[in-house]
Design a protein around this ligand. Structure first.
Ligand code: HEM
Length: 292
């Protein structure tokens, strides 16, 4: 779609950085939005606005809800809302550092940087567990239909809702498991990425099979591995024309309804969780008309 932020439908970059911000005390909402618009670089950023920021501007975006949290059966899924999310995309980590300095300087006095996480593409697009990530992603027109709003409300057309969840892996544990156990956790064979028909019901791809939901729950996943000191994992990022598909997937993964927890929780756990609304864009401009 011509008026979406290009990074949403674009592929996974070699290098990335995720920045989140809170609104500074007493910041003028108009100044905040003007500064955010200045931080938009079509080739290098995807920008998402949190519910708190949109509310601060006296507006709301239909469909932007609070990220769900779960705590049961050994599974903790936190909700960690933020006002602004910026996904910096590129091929050179130095360039991303300079871009994040420019962004943080432009937002100075209006928004305060909260978190900064560096991420990277692993091989041809694998999770650090070694498994290919994104195989069942919709492509082409299906990707647009899954990820971008295209409804009645013209001001929202081309925008997207993004779920962002930082997962922390225990790779020592995962790699201590026999190969077959690892394959059964994902539900695919590491050797050739084939789906395992006889995988246990808890296997990740069985729990999240997009056609198995009613209605079908298609997402455009654009996750990337991250690492910091001796910790690492997956920055799960999924764009949707609403948050409904993600929410259905996450609920099933936790086993909230049927008590069957996704096996991914055996070696990884989410340490953050937030929703953002990614405004439409045209040319070099972010289109904030829905919230001004
Ligand atoms: C530690 C966190 C996660 C890891 C390591 C992980 C990894 C994977 C892998 C390796 C696949 C198989 C290949 C593919 O189709 O992409 C997959 C599929 C999938 N994952 Fe995840 N994932 C994680 C979290 C999530 C979360 C939080 C959701 C949604 C709430 C999700 C939704 C999906 C979906 C929809 C599929 C495709 C299922 C299908 O239709 O076959 N994943 N994931």
């Amino acid at each position: 779609m011509a008026n979406s932020q290009p990074g949403i439908l674009g592929g996974i970059p070699a290098q990335a950085r995720y920045l989140t911000f809170t609104v500074s005390h007493n910041a003028n909402p108009t100044d905040v939005l003007t500064a955010i618009a200045d931080c938009y670089y079509p080739e290098a950023t995807v920008i998402g606005l949190g519910d708190s920021l949109i509310g601060y501007c006296g507006k709301q975006v239909d469909g932007l809800t609070t990220f769900p949290s779960y705590s049961h059966g050994g599974v903790d899924v936190p909700a960690t809302p933020a006002a602004l999310w910026i996904w910096l995309r590129g091929s050179d980590q130095g360039e991303l550092l300079h871009l994040s300095r420019a962004i943080t300087n432009r937002l100075d006095g209006l928004m305060e940087a909260e978190h900064c996480v560096d991420a990277f593409r692993f091989r041809e697009g694998r999770d650090l567990s070694g498994y290919e990530d994104g195989t069942e992603n919709p492509t082409g027109a299906d990707a647009e239909a899954a990820a971008l709003v295209n409804g009645q409300d013209e001001e929202l057309t081309g925008s997207s809702f993004v779920a962002v969840q930082q997962w922390l892996h225990d790779l020592d544990y995962f790699q201590s498991l026999p190969q077959q156990d690892q394959d059964n956790i994902i539900g695919r064979r590491l050797a050739d990425n084939e789906e395992l028909d006889d995988a246990p019901e808890s296997a990740h791809v069985k729990r999240t099979a997009q056609e198995s939901f009613q209605p079908e729950a298609f997402l455009l996943r654009r996750s990337m591995p991250w690492s910091e000191l001796n910790q690492c994992g997956l920055m799960f990022v999924a764009f949707g024309q609403s948050v409904a598909a993600f929410e259905a997937q996450l609920e099933r993964m936790t086993g909230a309804k049927d008590g069957l927890t996704d096996a991914v929780f055996r070696f990884s756990r989410p340490i953050s969780g937030s929703y953002f609304w990614c405004p439409p864009a045209s040319g070099n401009q972010l289109d904030l008309s829905a919230i001004v």
